[in-house]
Design a protein around this ligand. Sequence first.
Ligand code: 3ON
Ligand code: FE
Length: 502
Amino acid sequence: FQLYEHASTVPVTSYNAQDWQRGYESLKQEFDYWIDDVEGDIPADLNGTLFRNGPGLLDINGQRIHHPFDGDGMIAKIGFKDGRAHFSNRFVRTKGYQEEQAAGRILYRGVFGTQKPGGWLGNAFDLRHKNIANTNVIYWGDKLLALWEAAAPYRLDPYTLETLGLEYLDGLLDPGDAFAAHPRIDGKTGRLVNFSIKPGLSSKITIYEFDPSGKLLTKHSHYVPGFAFIHDLAITPNYCIFFQNPVTFNPLPFVLGLQGAAQCIKFNPNRPTQIIIIPRNPKQPMQLLQTEAGFVFHHANAFEQGDKIYLDSICYESLSAVEAESDYRQTNFEALSPGQLWRFEIDLNSSQAEPWQPGGRSQAEPWQPGVQRQMLESRCCEFPWVNPTKVGQPYRYLYLGAAHAPSGNAPLQAILKVDLNSGTRQLWSAAPKGYVSEPIFVPRPETVNEDDGWLLTLVYDSAHHRSDLAILEARDLNRGSVARLHLKHHVPYGLHGSFTPD
Ligand code: 3ON
Ligand code: FE
């Protein structure tokens, strides 16, 4: 069977619900092998390690979890050396993973609706969270860290993927503190910026900035009015930018054992999105601006020009909650709004952008747009990536996971390259049998052109119920994949990862 690599050869419906669903089977086995089944050639100058994280278990000993975001984190690692590649995967041995595997049943509720057996009575007033370390993985300051936004990272051995334990970053975090799953590495300075959020009636955002060796440079906290669910941040040389999506949080169903915490978040299309701008210099004040309602998980990139910040993000027109009764495997894609790429032009001098003060403007008050927004790409897309040297800088090329079809909402089956200067696009599609993951850009060593490098993406091949690592030449997606590395098994659809050069 030949996977389609070009859009023109694909039928109108590019996917099949049964095919897509099987990418959400648990992968219980842990592997360690050289990848021998390779189509094409692995570039000889691609040397380093790809780390990926995502839910490896979609059930606990046969008891299904309610949503993939509740799945225990599993790290997949592909090491590249002189044209050869080696695969291994290991579950993060979190406390909850070990307890549940030993018990053979679900012992913890999940944020996205997984419940312990026993109905609401068996779940009420159990407000603990299982740190599942499933969202991202980075190698930073000599530490490999598996990240989940509501708790501290787990540290792993970068060679064996053995779990070394919870990582409090040399005492920076206290037990119970969170550390977000979306660190940004400044493309100019190589510094890492991350945050943690403590939601409440007013929400506390703490920003951490580290030098490339892992040493803490700054840590500062800010309060924003209202509940904030913030998954990602964007950075520029001088600012951190957050979106406070217009949501309300009613914890009662969670407390009473009826729903997971994230299921209690309701999107409110009649309220503005709040843009939070926190200077990286801790001495400068925060600014708040407002823009049209929308829901953003991921930012693509941001940069400064004069007194403006340009921010590119994946925005959903509305967000439906994860229903308590629904089965994610029966997702009706057409009924949901797609993620689309928007550019926000933020004027730091607009009258609205006053420093926020306690007792100041609230979200309920009228507002004027100090922000212009424009849709750059209407095709359903997610998981944006840019050349790492362009993070926080003016940039030209953006890479995304995308739907095969140009309109509507659908699973991600293609990789889209957007040229923001010329407006041209390239699409590499794995439809109808393939389902892609985040495209990780790896610059070719010693080159200067922004798109000179490779895109690494895991593709679930539903025709063989296994996954491939596809390597694309970022300069020209129309060339098709340079290499396809066939794994011996599938890897469940993942979330985020990173590449560490040798
Ligand atoms: O009150 C707070 C509410 C809340 C939701 C408490 C809290 C901090 C515990 C909390 C927790 C949030 C968490 C743990 C969020 C985790 C998110 C996660 C694991 C993944 C998010 C993924 C986002 C996207 C857009 C994925 C898209 C995937 C595809 C298009 C392909 O499948
Ligand atoms: Fe994310």
